[in-house]
Design a protein around this ligand. Structure first.
Ligand code: SF4
Length: 467
């Protein structure tokens, strides 16, 4: 048999029908839904008198609209309140599990899937959300879908898809102190560009990837879409198995042994063909930060903002010029020392326990600069419980940072957490588009370490000076 990549193996395993020239019908193992992209899909089912085909393979949570303030208070924003109530009503009507605002399992959809053990190697996972690739860290083929596709999957548990091309990203070397998984993925996107992987699925491999924890791997796969990729995944290994072992929805007993035997067949075969390749020397990376309004506009923290005139491609040159005007930044200048108004640690990119441990390692015994508002927002209740069990919340509060309830929070301006026009934020989220964190707000994407360093100094800072 021809050597196959893990992507092809999962694909082949899930194809229901595939006719030449037409998209394949792909079976979906896990469908995650949230309150923003599901209302029309449920309405469609209702109109057509359809049921949800596999409620047991469908899981809902409320995340985008959830205020990160005290949960005993009513939701002030009426649009948010309506969307959340609608999700709860739809899930009741269609018999679906829903981890809404008051559930102990509530959290960002891409945080709770893995932490519950619902996401497993070799699965196909979809969600009406761009950052579904996060689940690829566990060796699943996971991608975002549109609202009409959400309806299709709810009704049939299948999805029409064209077979993606494959893109192998080899990342080797030992990360230096202060350099994290977030810096690796920002460096990759800066290198290949936001369209560099269009139509492809990444497979991340190499010694750096193997040495990362599962949480760090999720930070990498989470941002695959920011390079244009359909998805991104990492072949399962002992790190994956140890992460999943004992999780509430992971296989148990004899089923666990069977699952491990199956999962060990997934890694790509020697000699498998990839349509594209890229390499990153992770050992030479510095902490990264973005200066513009796309995640590809990233530089090493000690670098200078590029001169648009030095960019050969006219479209890219114009978009950098426009981005710098929006960010009110000058080309040729360093970002180090630039004042910051807000620091946000959270989101499905960096809202897990390891991220708060990293931020706490900088904030412990230090104070947040009085000019800065620092928000620490756990990605789920489980993350919140674990962080509090370790006393991380006390470190944050003692430093003067806000320790909030779980949700998407300031990743996007939809739940009350947002920037004021003109404010600058160092954010651990994944998108720095114009207005993403609030109309007129300006976002520097970086790691939790870099974000925490900026919280203390009030300016963009090389965290390596504080380690
Ligand atoms: S944290 Fe941000 S990117 Fe992740 S699901 Fe929420 S809004 Fe989307």
């Amino acid at each position: 048999m021809k050597p196959r990549t893990i992507i092809e193996k999962i694909w082949d395993e899930h194809v229901v029908v595939e006719n030449p020239g037409a998209p394949a019908l792909l079976y979906i193992d896990l469908h995650l839904i949230h309150e923003v992209t599901s209302p029309q899909a449920f309405e469609g089912l209702r109109r057509r008198g359809l049921k949800v085909r596999r409620p047991d393979r469908t899981l809902a949570t409320a995340d985008h609209n959830v205020p990160t303030t005290d949960r005993s208070l009513p939701i002030v924003n009426q649009i948010s309140a309506r969307q959340i109530a609608q999700l709860e009503a739809n899930c009741r009507e269609f018999g679906l599990t829903c981890y809404s605002v008051h559930s102990p399992h509530q959290g960002i959809v891409h945080v709770i899937g893995p932490e519950l053990g619902r996401t497993q190697p070799g699965m196909t996972v979809v969600c009406g959300d761009s950052h579904t690739a996060t689940h690829g860290a566990l060796g699943a083929l996971a991608f975002g879908i549109g609202t009409s596709e959400v309806e299709h999957v709810l009704a049939t548990q299948c999805l029409l898809q064209r077979k993606p091309k494959t893109f192998r990203v080899e990342i080797n070397g030992t990360l230096r102190p202060g350099v994290t998984a977030k810096d690796v993925i920002l460096a990759l996107i800066a290198k290949i560009g936001t369209g560099g992987a269009t139509g492809h699925v990444f497979e991340y491999c190499g010694s750096t990837i193997r040495a990362l924890s599962m949480e760090e791997r999720m930070t990498i796969t989470n941002m695959s879409i920011e390079a244009g990729a359909r998805a991104g995944l990492i072949a399962p290994d002992d790190v994956t198995f140890q992460y999943l072992y004992g999780r509430p929805c992971a296989p148990q007993g004899i089923e666990w042994d069977r699952a491990i035997a199956r999962w060990k067949q997934l890694p790509s075969d020697d000699g498998a063909h990839y349509d594209k390749h890229a390499e990153i020397d992770a050992g030479s990376l510095e902490p990264m930060i973005t200066y513009g309004t796309s995640p590809g506009m990233g530089i090493p923290i000690t670098g200078v903002i590029p001169e648009p005139e030095s960019i050969a491609d006219p479209i890219e040159r114009e978009s950098v010029r426009k981005a710098l005007a929006y960010m009110n930044l000058e080309p040729g200048k360093p970002l180090l020392g630039h004042p910051v108004d807000v620091v946000f640690v959270g989101s499905c990119t960096n809202g897990r326990l390891a991220d708060f441990r990293a931020a706490a390692s900088i904030l412990k015994g230090r104070k947040v600069n009085p000019r800065v508002r620092a928000l620490m927002v756990p990605g789920s209740y489980e993350v919140k419980r674990q962080a509090e069990a370790e006393g991380l919340h006390e470190i944050f509060r003692a430093a003067g940072a806000e320790w909030r309830e779980p949700g998407c929070s300031m990743c996007l301006a939809m739940n009350g957490d947002q920037l004021e026009p003109g404010q600058y934020a160092v954010s651990t989220s994944n998108r720095n588009f114009e207005g993403r964190q609030g109309p007129g707000g300006r976002t520097f994407l970086a790691s939790p370490l870099t974000a925490a360093a900026a919280a203390v100094t009030g300016v963009i800072t090389d965290v390596r000076t504080m380690l």
